[in-house]
Design a protein around this ligand. Sequence first.
Ligand SMILES: Nc1ncnc2c1ncn2[C@@H]1O[C@H](COP(=O)(O)OP(=O)(O)OP(=O)(O)O)[C@@H](O)[C@H]1O
Ligand SMILES: [Mg+2]
Length: 208
Amino acid sequence: MKQQGLFITFEGPDGSGKTTQIQLLQKYFQQKGLRCLLSREPGGTEIGEKIRTLLLDKAHTEMDFAAEALLYAAARAQHVAQVIGPALRRGEVVICDRFVDSSIAYQGYGRQLGEVVAQINRFATGELCPDVTFFMQLAPEKARERIKARKCDRLELEQLAFHQRVFAGYQQLEQAEPQRIVAIDASGSIEEIHEIICERMEALLLCR
Ligand SMILES: Nc1ncnc2c1ncn2[C@@H]1O[C@H](COP(=O)(O)OP(=O)(O)OP(=O)(O)O)[C@@H](O)[C@H]1O
Ligand SMILES: [Mg+2]
């Protein structure tokens, strides 16, 4: 069944500008008088935030890749059941910082676990799919440059080769689902990018 609300996700490397654009997009919806819920993954619920702490902890160098993928999916299942699903059924706009595409890119391509990642996520989400996904396209080296001043978490510490596989994974996803995934050149200015995203949103809202 098609949900009532509007489900928007942002994807892309760390430092590509997701949080910056999400905050601007929330203002855009609020100016239209629409309720807009922001959330993030992994996390978004009390249980999910605990799983996030486990996942991003630099001390957990022994974490098995399958365990990692399942923990992301577990946090996501809780997030959909407790937060995203109910908000969409109330007819709200939900903007989520990362969703299933992140798992496919990072665990499927980055960790090279492959197709199984999509399978466990279909189970975790009950096949909930975003209405639109903005892929903030910025080469991993450039994204890293933007955030080099801060402390890195467990995944950010991975080698550049890992991040390049992740980026290639996102590109594959975009080619497979061009109707849902909108690639945004994230090298432009914050204002330029916001304008492009607003134009896409206007077009999408007109079609609904
Ligand atoms: N278009 C842009 N041009 C230059 N700098 C930017 C742009 N967008 C965001 N930034 C800056 O780059 C840094 C990372 O941005 P932001 O936190 O929005 O990225 P992110 O994708 O949410 O990263 P993370 O995945 O780590 O949460 C911030 O310091 C932000 O101010
Ligand atoms: Mg962010």
